[in-house]
Every structure is written in C-alpha cells, then in structure tokens.
Design a protein around this ligand. Structure first.
Ligand code: NAD
Ligand code: TYD
Length: 339
C-alpha cells in the first residue's frame, strides 16, 4: 500500500506519519511538503532515511511537480493535510490561503483522477461551519450543518471541501472528508494558542489572550485525530463527510490559566489584548456519525493530553527554540507588539 501524505512536515501530518509507521510497518509512506514557515524537516528526522518512507519538497499547487511525484510513486491513497492553517495569518494575507488550500486541493484531485488513486482524503476543519453562540450549549455542528465561514482561512477550507464534493459527484472520484475540531499535542507550531502559551510562559513573557478570553474551542489530542483519519481512509464510505471531535469544550482563558498552573507560573502573566477580527465564539462537534459508522471515540482525556503536551515542550526545547529564534520573531512582533 502506497500512501501519499501532504503537509507531513507540519503538526498533524507528522503525527499521522508516526501513527501510520507504527501501526502499518509494511506501508510505503510518501510525504510531500513545501516546507513553508510551518513545515519542519527536523520533525521527520526519525523517519527520513528509513525504508518505506520518502520525502519530496514540493508545492501541492505546482501541477507538474505533483504529477511527476504521482507518476513515480503511484499512490493508492492520498491524505491531504497540506494547508495554510493559521486564522490570524489569513486575516493579514489571504491570497496564499486560496492558492494552497483551494488550488492545491484541486491539483491533488486532478492527479488522483489521472493516476487512478483509490481514495482521496481531505483533512478539513470544523471551522467551515462558522461558529455557535455561547448561550446555546444545546447546539453542535453535525455533518449537515450548513457551511457558513468567518475567516479567509475557514472560507478557503470550505472552498476546498466544496471542490472535493464536486469531484466526487462530477468525476466519481473516491473521496472522503474529515472535519475536526482544534487539535493539540507534540510538534504544534508556536503561533497557535496552546504552544504559544507554553513557550511564552517558559520565558516569563506576557500571555496574550484575545478579547475577554471567553471564546470556546473543542480540543482533541492529535493522536485521536490521526486514529480517526486512519479509520476513515480504510473504512469510510466514498463521498462522506465525518465530523471528528471530543466533546471537550473549553474557554481560552481557562486553557491559559491551566497551563500557568501546570508550569507553576503566575496568572499575572496573562495580558488581555485586542480581539481577533471576526473572532468565532464557539466550536462544538457532534461526533455521533463517526462513532456509529466507524466505532471511533476519543481516547485521551484533556487532563492527560495537556500534561503530555506540556511535558513534550519541556523535553523538546531544541525543536521550538530553533523556530522562535528565526522568522517567527518578525511574525510575533508584527502581531503582538502594542496590540
Ligand atoms: P500546519 O500549519 O502545522 O502544517 C501545514 C503543513 O503544510 C506544513 O508542513 C507546511 O509546510 C505544509 N504546506 C503548506 N503549504 C504547502 C504547499 N503549498 N504545498 C505543500 N505543503 C505545504 O497545519 P496543521 O495544524 O498540521 O493542519 C493540518 C491540516 O489539518 C490542515 O489542512 C488544517 O486545515 C487541518 N486542521 C487543523 C486543525 C488544528 O487544530 N491544527 C484542526 C482541524 C483541521
Ligand atoms: P488558534 O490556536 O489560533 O486556533 P483557531 O483560531 O483555529 O481556533 O486559537 C485558539 C483560540 O485562542 C482562538 O479563540 C483565538 C485564541 N488566541 C488567543 O487568545 N491568543 C493567542 O495568542 C492566539 C494565537 C489565539
């Protein structure tokens, strides 16, 4: 079995590669990643020169490069993680989100069609459903919730999802889509809330919380997401969408306070800053379909997952120190200085 994984040098893609190598040692895994600011080859160091693993540095929106790789590697399954993934960056510079997230998806599906791929899986997000009000705890996103996006990021992901559904209906491409809630765990790029808070707290730097910190996200340990995708690519039904989430809703401010507590840092580090434009209030997934159809359930409780994650950042300082001393500094200054 040849599985082509795009975006495998990023957060979730790399965790998926580790999961698949462990569970299916006979599979050939082919990783395609452009190594943007979010991609790190050092993350893949433990597998890079191992048999059954290949790495290509390429842009998924570069048609010729993608066709050449498909021609050579003949993938049976494609799992597309590659994306521009940060909402705040999408607010600053939307264009690259359209190119990678929409055009890149289209190119990958054209290649899948041309080279007879048996299953194309699109890794999407719950953000395509927009947000839910804080005072309606009874509401959750189901697979039939209408797409109603807020940010250039979520809009580009929704655009890609619609193209994936079009390729199924129009060309009969065998596709599946997963829409997952917020992930956390090892190798999470420190522009996102949880790793940013851990890294800043370790340096006794201010912990920026947007607005009042009352926005709610539904956090899932990354390994649980990888297991869901593993099930979907093997057993999911063509043309279907599967929501993935763990009924683990938390307010941002409570996450930041919890990290302070674990690290023994004072809450006085917390700094409320100007809110994100168009900030979604609440995400909450109803995972009934994937549970009933494929038997998936989240396995890692938040209190265990967050402890494992914090320990990982404590034990892998070199990984994130390399990142924060590079281009990241300019990004951080631009986004947070005098905010
Ligand atoms: P990430 O930003 O950590 O990684 C993205 C990876 O894609 C990087 O390695 C980057 O180099 C690569 N990439 C970017 N543009 C590329 C291009 N044009 N060609 C080839 N590679 C390119 O992202 P992540 O958090 O791991 O998210 C992975 C996927 O999961 C994304 O599609 C995202 O929308 C989705 N998702 C993320 C979350 C989350 O909480 N992080 C939740 C639900 C869904
Ligand atoms: P983020 O990790 O960027 O994920 P997403 O926007 O895709 O949900 O942000 C999670 C939540 O944390 C979101 O409500 C925005 C908020 N946030 C802060 O309060 N401060 C920060 O510095 C960051 C990066 C995010």
């Amino acid at each position: 079995m040849n599985i082509l994984i795009t975006g495998g040098a990023g957060f979730i893609g790399s965790n998926f590669i580790f999961h698949m190598r462990k569970k299916y040692p006979d599979y050939n895994l082919i990783c395609v990643d452009l190594l943007t600011y979010a991609g790190n080859l050092s993350t893949l160091a433990s597998v890079l020169d191992k048999p059954g693993f290949k790495f290509y540095k390429a842009d998924i929106a570069d048609r010729q490069a993608v066709y050449d790789i498909f021609e050579k590697e003949k993938p049976d399954i494609v799992v597309n993680f590659a994306a521009e993934s940060h909402v705040d960056r999408s607010i600053e510079e939307p264009e690259v989100f359209l190119r990678t997230n929409i055009i890149g998806t289209e190119v990958l599906m054209d290649a899948s069609k041309k080279y007879g791929v048996k299953r194309y899986h699109q890794v999407s997000t719950d953000e395509v459903y927009g947000d839910l009000p804080l005072d309606r705890k009874d509401l959750f996103f189901t697979e039939s919730t209408p797409l109603h996006t807020s940010s250039p990021y979520s809009s580009s992901k929704a655009g890609a999802d619609l193209m994936v559904q079009a390729y199924h209906r129009t060309y009969g491409l065998n596709v599946t889509i997963s829409r997952c809630s917020n992930n956390y765990g090892p190798y999470h790029f420190p522009e996102k809330l949880i790793p940013l808070t851990i890294v800043n707290a370790l340096h006794d730097k201010p912990l920026p919380v947007y607005g009042e910190g009352i926005n709610v996200r539904d956090w899932l340990y990354v390994e649980d997401h990888c297991k869901a995708i593993d099930l979907i690519i093997h057993k999911g039904e063509a043309g279907e969408v599967y929501n993935v989430g763990g009924h683990n809703e938390m307010r941002n401010i409570d996450i930041v306070k919890l990290i302070c507590k674990h690290l023994g840092k004072p809450e006085s580090l917390i700094q409320f800053v100007t809110d994100r434009k168009g900030h979604d209030m609440r995400y909450a997934i109803d995972p009934t379909k994937i549970h009933n159809a494929l038997g998936w359930l989240p396995e890692t409780k938040f209190e265990d997952g967050i402890k494992k994650t914090i320990d990982w950042y404590l034990n892998n300082k070199q990984w994130w120190e390399e990142i924060i001393k590079g281009e990241y500094r300019n990004y951080y200054d631009k986004m947070y200085t005098n905010r």
